[in-house]
Every structure is written in C-alpha cells, then in structure tokens.
Design a protein around this ligand. Sequence first.
Ligand code: ZN
Length: 396
Amino acid sequence: MTLPAYRSLYTYPWDIADIGVTQFVDEVLAMGITDVTLATAYHTGKFIRPHAKNPPRVIFPEDGVSYFDPDVERYGEIKPQPHSEPTMRTVLPALLQDGRVKVHGWTVLLHNTRLGSAFPQYTVKNAFGDSYVYSLCPMQTAVFDYAVNLCADLTHQHQLSSIVLETPGWLPYAHGYHHEFAQVASNTWLDNMLGMCFCDACQSAAKNRDINIDALQTRVQDNIKNYLALPANANADQAASWTQSDLLSDADLLAFISLRQDRVTQLVAEIRAAISADCELAVIPTVQRPTAACWTEGSDLKALSEVADYIEIPFYEPSANRAIADAWESLRQIAHPEKIRAILRPGLPDLNQGAELGAAIAGIQALGIKDFAFYNYGLLPQYQLDHLAKTVKECK
Ligand SMILES: [Zn+2]
C-alpha cells in the first residue's frame, strides 16, 4: 500500500481565523492540498497579508507564543506563553475537529526572543560573551527540557499527524533580529565566527570532550577582531574556502562542531521519545541556503534522519535548477528519499516564474522525493495560490 503523498500548506492560525476553518478547508481541498502545517509555537515578524478578508493587512504577531493552551504543570523552569487571544488557540482544535485535512504542528523551538529576554542566562553567547537575545542555546539543560516538554505537551493534547520542528539548534548569526545593521560586508566565514556559542554550558560540554575551548574562543575572537580591522572585504568564494581551510587545520574547531551536532541530534531523539507514539516527527534542519550549510546550526542531516521520521527541507531557491541540485545533495547525506519532505516557496522571492514551480516539483520527484509542502497560505498573493493549485494538480 502506498500512503497518500504529503501535500501541505504552511499556514498561520490568524489566516485561518480570518475566514473560519470550514471555508479555509474548502479552499485548500479545492487546491489539491491534503495537509496543513499550522504554526503551533511561533516567533514574531512583520507580514503583509495580500488576500486577507479582515484586518490587519500587516500583522506583527505576538513574539514567542504558543497557539495551543500549554499544560504548564508539565514544564520546568522555562514555560511557554500562550497567545493572549483565545481565538488564536481555538484554530488547532477546530481544524482537527473538521477532520478533512491532516494537521501538522509547525513548532519553532529555540528562536524565541521573549524567552531569551526572560532568561538571558540561557541565550547564545558569542566569542566575546555578547548575548543573542533571539536564540536560546540547546546546550543549556533548561532550554533542552523546555523544547522536549513543549513537543510532548502539544502532541499529547492534540492528535497531530506530525510535529515539524524548526530551529532545534543554534540560529545563524544573520537571522532573527529587528533592524540588523552592519556597515561591514557580511560573509559566511564571518557569520560562522560570530554565530558560534561559547556560553557556560557549551564551554563545559567542550571541556568534557577534551576540546581546548579557551584557546579556540581566543582564536575566534582574534579572527573576528582582525577581520573587522581589515580595510577590505572577502568575497563569497574566499569566505567559503577560508571555512574549509579552518575545518581542515583546526581540530578543536572540528570537534566543537561535532559536539554541537551531537547535541541537536540528542535533542531531536529525546523529543521523538517524549512525543505521542502515533505522531510522526519531522525536522527542518536549516533556516539558511544551501542545505549543506546546516552544520553551522548544529544539524547533521544523516544523524537527524536516523532519529526523526522525516527531514523537512526548505528548498528555497530562485530556480528549479538550484532546488533540484540542493535536493540531490541532501539525498547524498540522507540516502532515503522517503525520509525527505520538500518545502517550496511558489512565489517571490523564489519560484515566481510560471514553469519553475512545476519544474522544481518534477525534478525533485525524479530523485524519489514524494512529499511536498508549500510556503505560505497567508503570505502568497491569490494569483500565486491559484498557480500553486494548478501546478499541484498537474504534478499528481
Ligand atoms: Zn551555548
């Protein structure tokens, strides 16, 4: 028996509340969509809603809240905060009650500025000790426990088909805060240096593995300071080669990166063990391009694919060609196409040309990947949703 393929639409609760669950489900079923990946814990942002029926036209969602009622008794030191409007917490049970689409819980774990502000001692600290308020460090036991408890609580209260984890590791440096300003040209090498965490928990974990973390931290500080004093900028190819060269020559750096990957794999394995047995677990391994850079966030694709049911990969690329190449590389690591779910953005800034979406789906399907999700119901203009519906039907 072949299971029906996953054809999911990423959706925010406020966009469903806007038209009501029944009309929303009617609409997505008519598009050929069978699944909805609904935000169940989410960060803030500033989103334009092109086809909204009711205000707001531009929404600033509450930061770092859950879209279900957490059972606070389950939690330790860090507890989730439910959205302040009860309506936002009724969408999930109503969608499950409707029963016509499979429901997946899109759960942002450690990118949470509200919790980072409340628990600065558990945030990522760069090589200089500066705290990144938008990013909780998974090496911290209280943070690890929060992530496990959140997923267990959600899946034991609600019969989700799967839970989709986002940001189970360390956020990249260049993601996550309002008005990120720099008058220094960014590059991946500098971002990696600035993104590594040297908090007390990361330092102790490194020492336990006999990594000379103090010397590594000093090298990273010097790298950043000296680069920022250079009256020139590295180009992208130079920065990528510098990173490769560092990884080959710096054994402590490599060991530290492995330690971070092991921690994220451990967190995902623990979540798998804690959630409801009939709920599947998917992990979004990265918030950057290309997928192969996910090691900077602590993701090890192969190891994650062994502890999770699915790796759900945002192939967010401007062309079908790039999306297909990225899928090929992801398969080289994961080896089992049935464990990969693809996410495509059928509009700006990605696959916004008529035939590109269909070409991306067909090319990725040809590699053996059958499951697709699309991003995002409320953000796409109506004509892009119409184009998506047409393409989904053609690509059956
Ligand atoms: Zn840390």
